[in-house]
Design a protein around this ligand. Structure first.
Ligand code: WT7
Length: 634
């Protein structure tokens, strides 16, 4: 029986959303979402809420709405303009604060810069920047003039940037000279040049951040500060249709070649605003911190559009969590009295590994709500987060969603739902999901595919220039009216959802379905284990069996005895079918720059197959280390 954690009484009493009838109201999706859309500033109201042409859906048809106006102009009133929008902290400790009015001015100026460079409505502008204030400024300026942005995570390689710019036929790039990571200046402009030099790119704008030596190409490259010094302070916002493209976000799919997920304007803003307020229980005096990178969908929705459209104050932090020490995050929380922290399970497990002593010296009492996103959070990490970060007093919202959904989809409403560590609980009001198997919807207790059965306003509108792939990838398996997420899940007797990871990570062991995430959770449940990744390997008799990679707490030595104990522990928690065939101990696991363990690489290493593309790994060197250890075993 899973433990149940009730929202603290005081929290519940003051919660923004206490009304459970929203869950019922959400069943009529059109009325529910139209009501929410009214929170935005529309230049022209829609004349139809939803158009279904499966698998294509449109929201708020013929409505006119500008995202930059909703994030900024509407707050330029005597009462609202002086509120801090962003508190930015650089890795080296510099601090910059922007009020809504200041941000508004910068965005207006940069909109004019873009126009002066020849950017027109509909042109796709690529942005390749670390988390510095100029990044959201550039995004909002694009939105203001109707030029969709395509932000490429700064940690990605030059090839990744080139591929994405090529696919988007993007002629404009905004980048930086360099930026800080663990005290060093990374030569970012050089990387940008490697991508751009081989493309037909007309203009590059460079923010001065690292101060490192760079090459500027005449008539192509311009300093941000030079252009801004000459720009007019006001730019009339373009008239934007609700369905106009707001941005592209490239994400890897099943095949490895990244796809440009298309997000449009009116529905997207409706989804992120509603979840921002309801899921984070957002109040006017909150200091909100999402630790993601703006280069991911999490950053787009919950560091830029969500927070600004909700008129909140957010922290932006440029650097590493362990620079100059693993206390950095806790110092930031104490210094700015952060009230809401939104982070990822992988970060939490990293902090578990470093030890609670790094937190204990800091006053984290300002925190009142914690969030998790990106992968299933194992109950052990959940409880550690709850206890050591939240002091047993902050509800945790485990938010399930994906690049394609634009907004949080399965998540608690923290003032209403009792929490179960490890469960993302229920669909957000206005969101409908089912657990499906080949013969249809499955009852509670049965594992299946997570499918979204009704359209939602911030849903992707397609894959850029890849309509066939869009149909096949998301609307192929269960038809054009059921969005296939690619995730496995199970619903318990209380209708709570437990996410089991990507389907590719769901095993079939002797006819039993088994999520690799379940085995990982059991392993991490063992006190000395800090991180585990489980993959399926073929087995003659059982079809597939789990194979585990395990990282141990600092100072713990791997041994056969420990391996045996772990195997028994998994058998005990899940059952003998879940017992890994073998365990490989490794200090580090291959991870993407967003911190996701790349299980595909681990699976192929274990099965001795081609490992494929590893350009998105943050630590590619680990691949060879693991390969050698596996070879030694064999
Ligand atoms: C995949 C989407 C959503 C922003 C970051 C990731 C996994 C995400 C959770 C969660 C279990 C989760 C899913 C999903 N995922 N959040 N709370 N619990 N799994 O965006 O890169 O598009 O990845 O992340 O497997 O399909 P993404």
């Amino acid at each position: 029986m899973a433990e149940i954690i009730l929202p603290p009484k005081d929290f519940k009493k003051k919660a923004v959303i206490q009304d459970e009838t929203f869950y019922e109201q959400g069943q009529d999706i059109e009325t529910f979402w139209a009501e929410r859309a009214k929170m935005l500033k529309w230049d022209q109201k829609w004349d139809q809420v939803l158009m279904r042409d499966p698998p294509y859906y449109k929201w708020f048809l013929n409505g006119k709405i500008n995202a930059s106006v909703n994030c900024l102009d509407r707050w330029i009133t005597p009462g609202d303009k002086d509120k801090i929008a962003y508190i930015w902290e650089g890795e080296m400790g510099e601090v910059r604060k922007y009020t809504y009015e200041e941000l508004y001015t910068e965005v207006n100026k940069f909109s004019n810069v873009l126009k002066n460079l020849g950017v027109k409505k509909g042109d796709i502008v690529s942005i390749y920047m670390p988390v510095i204030p100029e990044l959201p400024i550039a995004m909002l300026a694009c939105a203001r003039i109707g030029a969709p942005h395509s932000v490429v995570f700064a940690g990605f390689s030059a090839e990744s940037l080139r591929d994405r710019m090529e696919d988007a036929e993007s002629k404009f790039l905004i980048t930086v000279d360099g930026y800080y990571r663990r005290g060093k200046v990374l030569k970012h402009k050089q990387k940008s040049d490697e991508a751009v030099d081989k493309l037909d790119v007309s203009k590059v704008v460079v923010v001065k951040r690292g101060g490192n030596d760079i090459t500027m190409v005449p008539n192509r490259d311009y300093w941000w500060h030079d252009l801004m010094a000459e720009a007019d302070e006001y730019c009339t916002p373009e008239e934007i249709d609700s369905e106009d493209l707001l941005f592209l976000m490239y994400t890897s799919g099943t095949t490895g070649k990244p796809k440009g997920v298309m997000h449009s304007t009116g529905g997207y803003l409706t989804g992120v605003l509603t979840t921002m307020k309801w899921v984070f229980d957002l109040r006017d005096d909150d200091i909100y911190w999402c630790t993601a990178d703006i280069g991911w969908i999490t950053g787009h929705s919950y560091m830029v559009y969500g927070p600004l459209v909700a008129h909140s104050t957010s922290i932006l932090y440029e650097g590493s969590p362990d620079y100059p020490s693993p206390a950095r995050w806790w110092e930031i929380i104490e210094k700015y009295k952060v009230t809401i922290l939104y982070t990822a399970p992988t970060a939490i497990r990293m902090f578990m590994r470093w030890g609670a002593q790094w937190l204990e010296k800091h006053n984290l009492k300002s925190l009142r709500l914690l969030g998790s996103v990106g992968e299933p959070i194992n109950p052990e990490a959940w409880l550690w987060y709850y206890r050591h970060v939240g002091n047993n007093a902050c509800p945790i919202v485990d938010t399930w969603w994906m690049t394609e959904t634009g907004m949080q989809m399965i998540t608690p409403l923290p003032g209403i739902l009792p929490l179960k560590p490890g469960s993302a609980t229920r669909p957000f009001p206005g969101v409908a999901v089912e657990i499906r198997g080949p013969s249809g919807a499955l009852p509670p207790g049965e594992k299946g595919d997570l499918v979204i059965t009704q359209p939602w306003p911030s849903m992707l509108r397609g894959l850029y220039k890849a309509p066939e792939k869009y149909k096949e990838e998301y609307w192929g398996k269960y038809g054009p009216e059921a969005f296939f997420t690619g995730d496995g899940a199970i619903m318990d007797q209380d209708n709570y959802l437990w996410l089991l990871g990507r389907i590719g990570d769901v095993l079939n062991v002797a006819g039993h379905r088994l999520g690799t995430a379940e085995v990982e959770s059991a392993l991490v449940d063992y006190p000395l284990v800090t991180e585990a990744a489980v993959v399926g390997i073929p087995d003659e008799i059982k079809g597939q069996v789990p194979f585990a990679y395990v990282s141990l707490a600092a100072g713990v030595e791997p041994s056969d005895d420990l391996k045996d104990k772990l195997m028994k522990h998994v058998s005990k928690i899940i059952g003998p079918t879940a017992r890994p065939k073998d365990i490989l101990f490794s200090d580090d696991l291959p991870k993407t720059r967003s911190g996701k363990i790349m299980r595909r690489v681990l699976r192929n290493l274990a099965t001795k197959e081609e490992i494929g593309d590893i350009t998105t790994l943050s630590n590619p060197e680990i691949v060879q280390v693991i390969r050698e250890r596996l070879d030694k075993k064999a």
